[in-house]
Design a protein. Sequence first.
Length: 138
Amino acid sequence: MKKIFKLTVVVLLIIFLVGCGDDKEEAKFHYKPEIYKHDQVITNTSIINDSVYRSTVEFNVVSNTDEDKLELCRKNIEKLETQLAKLEETKLLLKDEKKLTKKEKKEWENNYKDAIKSTQSWIKEMKTKEKEYLPTEE
């Protein structure tokens, strides 16, 4: 009986340790204070890019005049350029993060690369639309 109890305890302990191992590694990565500011900037970029995407639906509203559409383009461009500057500024801080592993830094560099590329793409799209709605002189 004693052997069965010990064996059960050992098996449960092994299951517990194996089950917790991945969570601890994941928690250690996700809750590093060094990552918070990077995560926040990337998340804000996604939110801004999404809001620009949603605002493009407004271009299709019939009641919008070309002036309204032009103003919307300019507001979007301003938001996107501000966020792009913030992305590039915060990306530079990544190099100085001493507590991040090379793997973590590489992952965040890729996150920044994707966010910057997406934001630049939206800026290009909005500038193209802006040209469409500029008043033409006859």
